[in-house]
Design a protein around this ligand. Structure first.
Ligand code: B4P
Length: 192
């Protein structure tokens, strides 16, 4: 098993790069953003609750997101070569919960790939996505809140994995192909 976390601020290219890496390494993609958006689209109880937070750019409560990941791990863990977690964990509580859910299954995270992108570039990318895809949380005010939430609640998750010697910092600006090569170099250096 090869288990990776793609980490970084909103708009740092996590979803974009995950799509490339799952093909290259034959891994299962778990994006909490995608899972939550499909709950919203299906108008489930969970989705209706999550939407209130997502539309403002706030984090959905930990217990909701952790429960969702727990279900995925239970149904998928014995069927796949490994996971790429994208957009999860976003708080230290989520990171600790992930560590223990994996330990229970005899698994662990191999590497956390942390994409670094400046605020100005992030705002530019997300405003462009607003034009291309019309996501409700890609407005100027909500983007600013998402960046603030990242700095106040999520950035510290990197320290949790740095303490475990699993953190790799990657320059996340440049062409999508160049960034994919930088990530592959890090992944190929893991001995599993
Ligand atoms: P996410 O769906 O995770 O949204 P995101 O942080 O914006 O990342 P995304 O993967 O979409 O963007 P990417 O960088 O690939 O979360 C949405 C919301 O869900 C959160 O705000 C929160 O409310 C909730 N949520 C999700 N997970 C949660 C959790 N664990 N706990 C609590 N709440 C949670 O791409 C951005 C754009 O940049 C794309 O349009 C892409 O085309 C472009 N791009 C990518 N790479 C580029 C490059 N190299 N150059 C130029 N453009 C590039």
């Amino acid at each position: 098993m090869l288990n990776l976390i793609l980490f970084g601020p909103p708009g740092s290219g996590k979803g974009t790069q995950a799509a490339i890496l799952i093909e290259k390494y034959n891994l299962k993609h778990i994006s909490t953003g995608d899972l939550l958006r499909s709950e919203v689209a299906a108008e489930t109880e969970l989705g209706l609750e999550a939407k209130k937070f997502m539309d403002k750019g706030d984090l959905v409560p930990d217990e909701v997101v952790i429960g969702m990941i727990g279900n995925k791990l239970d149904t998928e863990a014995n069927k796949v070569n490994g996971f790429i977690f994208d957009g999860f964990p976003r708080t230290v509580a989520q990171a600790k919960a992930l560590d223990s859910m994996l330990t229970e299954k005899g698994l662990s995270i191999d590497k956390v790939l942390s994409l670094h992108v400046g605020d100005e570039e992030i705002v530019k990318r997300l405003l462009q996505r607003a034009i291309d895809q019309g996501r409700p949380d890609d407005t100027k005010e909500v983007i600013q809140n998402r960046l603030n939430v990242y700095k106040s609640s999520t950035a510290v998750v990197a320290d949790h994995y740095a303490d475990q010697l699993k953190l790799a910092d990657i320059q996340g600006e440049g062409s999508i192909e160049d960034i994919a090569s930088r990530l592959a170099e890090q992944i190929d250096s893991i001995s599993v």
